[in-house]
Structure formats: C-alpha cells, structure tokens
Design a binder for this molecule. Structure first.
Ligand SMILES: [Zn+2]
Length: 91
C-alpha cells in the first residue's frame, strides 16, 4: 500500500519565502546556469539603472538575474541562474 501525498497550496510557503525576501541578498551565493561559476551576488556585473537591472556572470557574461521594478510590482527572472542560496538569520 502506498501513501497518498496531498500537496498544500502555495500559501504554505509564505513563511519561508518571507524570510528569503526580507534578507540582504547581496551575499547570496549564485551559481551560473551556463558555466557553473559560484560566487556572491555582489560579484556579478550589473547593467542598467533604475527600473530595470541585469546581472551577468563575470566569467561567461551569461545573464544570471533580471529585475524589473515597475513601482507596484517587482519582476524577478532567474533563468540564467542554476541556484541562488541565501543565508538567513536564525529565528
Ligand atoms: Zn557563467
């Protein structure tokens, strides 16, 4: 007999996600989806100012992160990032 898993809705992720987005992510470790370079977000190359930001890998120049801030909504695109790890404060 197998156990049936009933997933929760996305509201159940609110706690962990609020910890992530309340953190200073400049120290987050980003792994480039193209070359595998691993380093702090602060070491990525920033292009753009104001509402649109693009952060590229300093090794292969692949876009690792795009951010668009419209004032009411922030869009975050991490397609070029294999993984981003954020160290958070303990509760
Ligand atoms: Zn890279």
């Amino acid at each position: 007999m197998t156990d049936v898993v009933h997933p929760l809705d996305g509201n159940a992720a609110a706690g962990p996600l609020s910890r992530l987005f309340a953190s200073d992510v400049t120290g987050a470790v980003v792994v480039c989806g193209e070359c595998g370079r691993e380093g702090a977000l602060a070491t990525l190359a920033l292009y753009g100012r104001g509402t649109g930001l693009v952060l590229r890998c300093p090794t292969c120049e692949t876009v690792n992160l795009r951010l668009l801030d419209t004032g009411r909504t922030i869009h975050l695109d991490l397609r070029g990032c294999l993984r981003m790890s954020v160290r958070v404060a303990l509760d």
